[in-house]
Design a protein around this ligand. Structure first.
Ligand SMILES: *[C@@H]1O[C@H](CO)[C@@H](O)[C@H](O)[C@H]1NC(C)=O
Ligand SMILES: *[C@@H]1O[C@H](CO)[C@@H](O)[C@H](O)[C@H]1NC(C)=O
Ligand SMILES: *[C@@H]1O[C@H](CO)[C@@H](O)[C@H](O)[C@H]1NC(C)=O
Ligand SMILES: [Zn+2]
Length: 475
C-alpha cells in the first residue's frame, strides 16, 4: 500500500513537470512554418555548416530516459523522436514531417517498391530554367496557375470535383508521406487513385518531397533521399516522375546546396508570386483574408500582359470548400484563364515528367481482376450514361465513374462510396487522418505542422495528472 501511494505521488509530480515542460515548448516560436514565403535574409554559409556539424555529431549513446534531440541523443531502436523531443511509437511521435529524422525512427523511413530512380538520366529538356534558378512567376500573359501543396489529403477528391466543374487545370505538389497519411503508393490507401484522377483530368503532378523536411537544413544525402523516394512512389503510380518541384516551407536557401542539388537532379524549382496564406486562415471567419489577398493581387494586373503563380494547400478544409471556388470565379470574372504551371511557362507536356520504363508491371499488378462482366464478353462503353455489368463508364463522355445507382459521372457521388470498380474508375473513400489542420482546431494560425506534437505532449501530461489525482482520491 505504501509503495502504491509512493508511485501515485511520483506520477503526480511527473504530470506537473510535463505540464510545465509543455508550457515552455509551446511558447517557443517555431520556424517550421508551412510554406511561408522565404525571408529576405538568407542563412549564411556558416550557419548552415553549423547545422550540418550538429547533425553529424549525433553518434550519441542511446538514451534511456525517453527524451531525445541534440542534448539527449537518439531514441532507443525502433522508437521515434517527436517534435518536442520525446521518444515513442505512437503516430504522433512517428509521423513526418514533425518526427525528428536525426534522433530516431520516423514513418517516412520506408522506401517505395521497385528499382530506385537514381540511374534514370535527367537531361535538361525544354526552355524553362532548372535549379539553381528559382521560378516565381508565369510567363504566358492572361494565365493563372493555381497550385496545391501537401496532398493528396481527404479533401483532394472534392477539390478535383470542383476543378472539373470549372474545367480548370491546376498543379499538385504532392508529398509522399506526411501527417500520418501513409505512403502515396500504398495500394490499400486512397492516394494513388486520386493521383491517377489528377492526371486524367489534365492536372499537373509535381514533387513536394517524400516527407516534407526542410531541404535547407538536411544533409545532401537526406536531400537526395527526399527527392528519390518520392520519385519512386510517383513512378509506381504513374510510370513517370516529375521535373517540377516546390521545396517544403518554400525553403531551398542559397548556400545550403539545395538549389544546385535540385538542378543536378533535373528539377525546376517552383515558388509563387501570390501567397494566399490559406494555411493561416483556415476557418470561415478568416478565409476572407485569403480571398482579399488573391483578389487584390489579381486586380493589380491586366490579363493582356500579366500572369500569376498562386500557392495554396489541398490539406485545408477552407481552401477546398471555400477559397478555391472564389479564386476560380475571380479568375474568370477578370478575364484570366486557369492553367497548370507547365502551361503557364509554355513548357510542352512531355517535359513535365521523366518516364521510367523499367517498371511496366505496376499498372497490371494493381488492377483487381474484373468480376462484373461475364468472361469473354467485353464491356461496352456506356451509351446512355448508365453502367453495370455490361457497360463501363471508362471512355464515356458521361464521366469515368459508375455510381451505386449505375450512373456514370465524375463527382464524389459517383467516384466515392459505393462506386462500382468493375464498371469504371473509382477513388477510394478518403479517411480522416486526424491531422492538425482539421478546422476543429481553429485559431492556430502561425503555428507549424509540428504543433500537433506539442499539443499531444500537453494532452498526455494533463491526462497523467488527472489519472494521478483520481488515483489519489481513492487512497
Ligand atoms: C470526366 O472526367 C474526365 C477526365 O477528367 C474528362 O475527360 C471528362 O470530360 C469528364 N466528364 C464530364 C461529364 O465531366
Ligand atoms: C466561406 O467564406 C466566407 C467568408 O469569405 C464565410 O462567411 C463563409 O461562412 C464560408 N463558408 C463556409 C462554407 O465555410
Ligand atoms: C449482359 O449481356 C449478356 C450477354 O449479351 C446478357 O445475357 C445479359 O442479360 C446482360 N446483362 C445485363 C444486366 O444487361
Ligand atoms: Zn508544404
Amino acid at each position: 500500500m505504501r509503495l502504491y501511494r509512493f508511485l501515485v505521488i511520483i506520477a503526480l509530480l511527473m504530470g506537473i513537470a510535463q505540464c510545465f515542460f509543455f508550457d515552455i515548448v509551446n511558447s517557443v516560436p517555431t520556424d517550421t512554418v508551412l510554406d511561408q514565403p522565404e525571408p529576405a535574409v538568407e542563412e549564411s554559409v556558416a550557419e548552415v555548416e553549423g547545422q550540418i556539424e550538429i547533425i553529424q555529431s549525433r553518434e550519441f549513446t542511446q538514451n534511456a530516459d525517453y527524451k531525445c534531440g541534440a542534448k539527449w541523443g537518439r531514441c532507443p531502436m525502433g522508437t521515434c523522436c517527436s517534435a518536442s523531443g520525446y521518444c515513442g511509437t505512437s503516430q504522433l511521435h512517428c509521423r513526418s514531417p514533425d518526427c525528428l529524422i536525426d534522433w530516431g525512427q520516423c514513418d517516412a523511413d520506408r522506401t517505395p517498391e521497385g528499382p530506385p530512380t537514381k540511374d534514370i538520366l535527367r537531361p535538361s529538356i525544354g526552355k524553362v530554367p532548372y535549379g539553381p534558378q528559382e521560378i516565381r512567376s508565369c510567363t504566358v500573359p492572361g494565365t493563372v496557375a493555381l497550385t496545391f501543396d501537401d496532398g493528396p489529403t481527404r479533401y483532394t477528391g472534392e477539390l478535383l470535383d470542383l476543378l472539373d466543374k470549372y474545367e480548370a487545370p491546376a498543379t499538385f505538389f504532392v508529398t509522399g508521406v506526411n501527417n500520418g497519411k501513409g505512403q502515396i503508393d500504398d495500394p490499400s490507401l486512397p492516394w494513388a487513385p486520386l493521383i491517377e484522377r489528377m492526371l486524367l483530368s489534365g492536372h499537373q503532378i509535381a514533387s513536394h518531397t517524400w516527407s516534407h523536411e526542410d531541404l535547407s537544413k538536411i544533409t545532401p544525402t537526406q536531400r537526395r533521399d527526399q527527392m528519390e523516394k518520392n520519385e519512386a512512389a510517383l513512378r509506381n503510380i504513374m510510370g513517370s516522375f516529375p521535373t517540377y518541384m516546390r521545396p517544403p516551407f518554400s525553403k531551398c536557401h542559397a548556400g545550403s546546396g539545395c538549389r544546385e542539388a535540385m538542378g543536378d537532379m533535373g528539377y525546376h524549382i517552383i515558388l509563387y508570386d501570390i501567397d494566399t496564406d490559406d494555411w493561416k486562415n483556415d476557418s470561415p471567419d478568416h478565409i476572407q483574408l485569403s480571398k482579399d489577398l488573391f483578389d487584390n493581387a489579381l486586380a493589380k494586373g491586366n490579363p493582356a500582359t500579366k500572369s500569376w503563380l498562386v500557392i495554396g494547400h489541398d490539406a485545408h478544409e477552407q481552401t477546398v470548400h471555400n477559397l478555391t471556388e472564389h479564386m476560380l470565379k475571380t479568375i474568370i470574372r477578370l478575364g484570366y484563364r486557369p492553367v497548370t504551371v507547365g502551361d503557364c511557362l509554355q513548357d510542352p507536356r512531355d517535359n513535365w515528367y521523366r518516364i521510367d520504363n523499367r517498371w511496366p508491371g505496376h499498372k497490371n499488378k494493381k488492377k483487381p481482376p474484373r468480376k462484373g462482366p461475364q468472361k469473354g464478353i467485353p464491356q461496352q462503353v456506356s451509351v446512355d450514361g448508365s453502367c453495370g455489368s455490361n457497360y463501363t463508364c471508362l471512355g464515356s463522355h458521361f464521366g469515368l465513374c459508375c455510381s451505386s445507382v449505375y450512373l456514370c459521372g465524375n463527382t464524389t457521388l459517383h467516384c466515392g462510396v459505393g462506386c462500382r470498380k468493375d464498371s469504371g474508375y473509382c477513388t477510394v473513400e478518403t479517411p480522416s487522418n486526424g491531422d492538425p489542420w482539421d478546422p476543429k482546431f481553429p485559431g492556430k494560425s502561425g503555428k507549424s505542422e509540428g504543433e500537433s506534437d506539442f499539443r499531444a505532449v500537453g494532452t498526455a501530461a494533463l491526462t497523467s495528472l488527472l489519472l494521478a489525482l483520481i488515483a489519489a482520491m481513492f487512497m
